[in-house]
Structure formats: C-alpha cells, structure tokens
Design a protein. Structure first.
Length: 187
C-alpha cells in the first residue's frame, strides 16, 4: 500500500486542496489516476499487481466504467489475456455502446480506478446483471471508502485501502467551506 501511495505522490497524482467527488462528497485529497497511469511502465506495473490479485476469480471478461476505469480495466484485461469492454455515460447514466455485448453466463471482472461509495461500480454491475452476465469480483487500485462500501454481491479487491476524510456538502469544516471546490475527475 505504501508503495502505491508513494507512486501517487511521485507522479503528482495525489492532489491536495478542496475537491468535489463524483459521489457528491467533499475531500481534501483527490487521486488523479490519469496522472499516475500516463506513464505506461507504471500503468503496466500497478495494473499487473491488480491483475495478479484477480487471477483466480474465474473471470472470462473485463468491464470498466468510463472514464476512470478504462485504462485500468484495459491493462488488467491485457495482463489476464481477457477481452475488455466499458460502460459509458449517456444522459448521465452508464450504458453499453459501441456494439459491446454481454452474453448470458459471461463471468465479469469489474475494474475501477478509485472507489469512494461505489456508485459507478454498482451501475456497471447492474448492466452486467441486466444482460444475464455474472460478476465474479470488483477490483480497484484505490479503496478510499473507509470500509463503507455497499455489498456488491461479489468479492471486492483493491491494492490500497485508505481512510481519507470526506464530508457531506452541509458538513464542511471551516477550511473547506471558505474555498471553492474543484472537480478534476470525470464529468
């Protein structure tokens, strides 16, 4: 865990300030995985570690929510020798597009970069289940949920579990309440 956290720091991918997360929560830290993963050697190494943890899940395919999970999902799938597809936003909801198909009985590994509340992961799981696919595990680089993830109905695996403070919009501490929030992640 400390090695991954150190990589985030070294690559400038661990941002400090006032951030509005996709979950609607506010935080002083933001994990900008795109900055970490822009170095293909780092991406191959970090995603290789995640692939190793997911090797025995029985997955036959990989799916990721766009945009954050696409690079991680593709690299994990490549290292496992599996096909990769992704769900993307349409009218602010994740859907399958681009001719991607889920066949009944396909066993999916759901791959995300960072999970706070698991909203996009849950949407992706719902898509897999709607098409009669079987989610066998969810994996992410960073679990910043503090142990507050929903039950995904399958195992959850991450490289790094962190206790990162988050705040509801109506419960901001004074230092955050007085500064504008930035939203550097996916729109």
């Amino acid at each position: 865990m400390s090695d991954l956290l150190q990589l985030f720091r070294e690559t400038g991918a661990l941002l400090e300030g006032h951030f509005l997360l996709r979950s609607g929560l506010h935080s002083r830290q933001f994990f900008q995985c795109a900055l970490l993963l822009q170095n293909t050697k780092v991406a191959a190494d970090v995603c290789g570690q995640l692939a190793q943890k997911a090797r025995d899940t029985g997955a036959t395919r990989v799916i990721s929510p766009a945009l954050g999970g696409v690079i991680v999902g593709h690299e994990v799938a490549r290292q496992l020798g599996l096909p990769h597809i992704f769900a993307e936003k349409e009218n602010d909801k994740l859907v399958l597009r681009r001719g991607f198909v889920i066949n009944p009985g396909d066993k999916f590994l759901v791959v995300e970069d960072v999970v706070t509340r698991g909203g996009r992961v849950q949407e992706t799981l719902d898509i897999v289940r709607k098409h009669c696919g079987e989610p066998v595990a969810v994996v992410s680089l960073v679990d910043r949920s503090g142990g507050n993830l929903p039950d995904f109905g399958c195992p959850f695996i991450s490289l790094c579990q962190l206790q990162v403070e988050t705040f509801a919009p109506d419960q901001l501490p004074p230092d955050l309440a007085g500064t504008p929030a930035h939203k550097p992640g996916s729109k």
